[in-house]
Design a protein around this ligand. Structure first.
Ligand code: DX5
Ligand code: ZN
Length: 237
């Protein structure tokens, strides 16, 4: 591995550190994906969350680098970024391909590889922001060693990964607070799963700045209107 290389773009880091709703395309109508992503971009969304699942780390299979490539130009032309959440085993094997396809941030699961530090470095060297995700049962302290060095974003799963539309797990709020206290200020804190009108504000109060919303935005008949409602519900407008 080289050690000299690219770093994440400042504009990407800025967007990841803002208080934002990040719509997840997992709940979108794939037959009208470009149109629906266009609607939320027009409503102000700038962080588009892409859930890659491999049928091994989590049971479902969704999509991969081809989907990142399909959305990259549209999202970048609107001033947005692609926040790619890899729910796949041994994610280190796919970092370069996903980065080349146009990802701006790549988040891996600490449970999915023995080589978290290596993979986070590889993500940065590929020019992307490096994120690490924790399943509900994984202690907040799992990021202790890497949190001060190679981490741009911590993702706290507030449901078990694999499916949209699940109930928010209440102890996630306390975990978010502990993560926020433990991590340096420059590390973004993202919460993912079960974030809707009632759970958004408590997540912000607990210290999350980036709120992934799948069913609450793309599951609604009017994703742009639902995006605006989520911004209001989270108190981040
Ligand atoms: C689930 C995914 C989420 C999913 C969230 O494993 O990581 O990003 O889209 O969906 P909602 O917001 O419906 O819980
Ligand atoms: Zn996700």
């Amino acid at each position: 591995m080289t050690t000299s290389a690219a770093a994440p773009a400042e504009a990407t880091l800025r967007l990841l550190r803002e208080r934002r709703i990040a719509p997840s395309i997992l709940s979108a109508d794939f037959a009208r994906l470009g149109e629906q992503v266009g609607e939320v971009l027009a409503a102000g969304a700038r962080v588009i969350h892409v859930d890659v699942m491999d049928g091994h780390f989590v049971p479902p299979i969704t999509f991969g680098a081809l989907m990142v490539g399909a959305l990259a130009d549209q999202v970048h032309e609107a001033g947005g970024i692609l926040d790619v959440h890899l729910m796949i085993e041994r994610p280190e094997r796919y970092v370069a391909e996903v980065a080349r396809a146009g990802a701006d941030g790549i988040t891996i699961h600490v449970e999915a590889t023995a080589h978290v530090h290596y993979t986070l470095q590889a993500i940065r060297e590929a020019g992307c922001a490096a994120g690490a995700a924790l399943c509900p049962a994984t202690p907040a302290g799992a990021l202790g060693e890497v949190g001060h060095e190679v981490l741009d974003l911590a993702l706290c799963m507030s449901v078990n990964p694999g499916w949209g539309g699940q109930e928010f797990i209440p102890f996630s709020l306390d975990k978010l607070s502990r993560l926020r206290r433990a991590l340096p200020d420059h590390v973004a804190l993202e919460v993912d799963g079960g974030v809707h009108g009632a759970t958004a504000r408590p997540c912000v109060d607990a210290g999350a700045n980036l709120l992934v919303t799948g069913s609450a935005v793309f599951g609604a008949p009017d994703p742009a209107g639902a995006y605006a409602s989520m911004v209001a519900a989270a108190g981040i407008g």
